[in-house]
Write a protein that binds this ligand. Structure first.
Ligand code: BG6
Length: 478
């Protein structure tokens, strides 16, 4: 064992989300979800924000989630390729509407339950531990139309029903569960994150915090139910992380960064510490927002904190206080100030491997619970050479730098880390843009932004590289 390798049992792998890869949106009784009706093209953003109401397929639009990369029918082939890379874990999400097509039924859909059972068994066959996100942005359309999405407290009950079915059915098959993907996305893309659409003049922030409260309570209930059904289950929360840097050491900039960090950590503060933090309660009071916290909510939150903390990391963020002359930028739906010290990807996301080490340290210092990095990677345009190869050295470089920084956090700084799953080990539909051409994979999928292509899978150069990284337990990043 090299002194540069990660701890024994470190869980290397990759992560996907149902709506971005499964396709088969109307197969085996599946219902429709918010994420299905997000079109490719210029209106996607307004729909994701809840400003443009689109609750069904409309003529003249292309909806990439309908087919994804058809993993529903290719999962055996895909898991075999993951196994060839040496994956120890595979993070995937359940499509809520495969289990409860409308969301509020009493009885689950057996065909949906069977699909995931087969998939988990396939993983196990290859020695891969499934890591399952219960909801990765998806909310049944029926729950949006009927109840207004997560703004309704009723969704807590429907979610409890969902998790009870999942934990019971997959007992012994799945140990690691995440309650909500990037729960903080509610504040940035509220329709995509929580099925929220707004009416004219509505106080959006009030609705977002109300929905966030319902998700936080639902998440604590899930933790309770999981531990009652199987004491071996480990429940994690999931944050779109990335430390906010102050643009300069000017106190106004530092204070702004502190506020933004608190706004972001707020969710994990509740899920990991079990209570609303002082600064959040004050903020809600100042804004005149009443989220209706009950005594029962308080008790459930306090008694059911998460076992570990997972997060996605793509970059740090940078902010300036009033009075600074700065240029703005957007990375993964987070608006901030352009950091002049960092390069950006083709989609304008800042690249900051050292910031990864900083974020890991910040989170571990704050929570003192095991961490799990469940997303990290580079979305880039790939070129297929005449012989079919894809020489994605830029992706290797990005991942090499980030894994090295993560290794420093673990080995030099003592951060406790359970594992690392790269985002999109196989090319899939981009959540932010709906494009296929924003590729993250080690495995290329022949499909373009308009939905054309054979869906054939092939290995990129990074495939062999990641295989070597895993085989050496992170010691060989060459
Ligand atoms: C995260 C999401 O925000 O970022 C994923 O959890 C998403 O669903 C990933 O795909 C990368 O973002 P994008 O917009 O490049 O797909």
């Amino acid at each position: 064992m090299s002194e540069k390798s990660f701890p024994q049992g470190f869980l290397w792998g990759g992560a996907t989300a149902a709506n971005q890869c499964e396709g088969a949106y109307n197969v085996d009784g599946r219902g429709l979800a918010n994420v299905d009706v997000m079109p490719h093209g210029p209106e996607r953003w307004a729909v994701g924000m809840g400003d443009r109401k689109m609750l069904s397929f409309e003529d003249g639009y292309y909806y990439p989630a309908q087919t994804g990369i058809d993993m529903y029918h290719h999962y055996k082939e895909d898991i075999t390729l993951f196994a060839e890379m040496g994956f120890k874990t595979y993070r995937l999400s359940i499509a809520w509407t495969r289990i409860f097509p409308h969301g509020d039924e009493i009885e689950p859909n057996e065909a949906g339950l069977r699909f995931y059972e087969d998939l988990f068994r396939e993983c196990k066959k290859h020695g891969i531990e499934p890591l399952v996100t219960i909801t990765h942005f998806d909310c049944p359309i029926h729950l949006i139309k009927e109840y207004g999405g997560w703004r309704s407290r009723k969704l807590i009950e429907f979610y409890k029903r969902l998790v009870t079915v999942l934990f019971t059915r997959y007992k012994g098959l799945v140990k690691y569960w995440l309650t909500f993907n990037e729960i903080n996305m509610i504040l940035h893309l509220p329709f995509m994150g929580a099925g929220l659409v707004f009416s004219e003049g509505e106080n959006k922030q009030a609705v977002e915090y109300l929905a966030a409260h319902h998700e936080l309570v639902a998440s604590a209930w899930a933790t309770k139910i999981a531990h009652e059904i199987d004491s071996k289950i480990m429940i994690g929360c999931m944050l779109a992380a990335g430390t906010y840097y102050p643009y300069s050491c000017r106190p106004e900039d530092v204070r702004e960064a502190q506020i933004c960090n608190q706004d972001n950590y707020f969710f994990v503060d509740v899920q990991s510490r079990g209570a609303y933090p002082h600064y959040a309660l004050k903020k809600l009071e100042r804004l005149g927002i009443n989220i209706g916290i009950t005594e029962e909510d308080r008790a459930i939150l306090a008694e059911n904190t998460v076992d570990f903390i997972s997060f996605s990391y793509y970059s740090t963020r940078c902010v300036a206080g009033a009075g600074s002359e700065v240029e703005n930028t957007v990375g993964n739906a987070f608006i901030g100030t352009k950091n002049p010290y960092l390069k950006e990807t083709q989609w304008g996301w800042a690249v900051d491997p050292l910031g990864f080490r900083i974020t890991l340290n910040d989170m571990y210092d704050r929570y003192q619970k095991p961490l799990f990095v469940v997303e990290n990677g580079l979305g880039a345009q790939d070129v297929v050479e005449e012989d079919g190869s894809v020489n994605d050295d830029y992706r290797i470089q990005y991942l090499r730098d980030h894994i090295a920084a993560m290794r420093d956090a673990v080995i030099e700084d003592g951060v406790e880390l359970l594992g690392y799953t790269t985002w999109g080990p196989i090319d899939l539909v981009s959540a932010g843009t709906g494009e296929m051409s924003k590729r993250y994979g080690f495995i290329y999928v022949d499909r373009d932004d308009a939905g054309a292509g054979t869906l054939a899978r092939s290995k990129k150069k990074s495939f062999a590289w990641y295989k070597k990284v895993i085989a050496s337990n992170g010691a060989d990043l060459g």
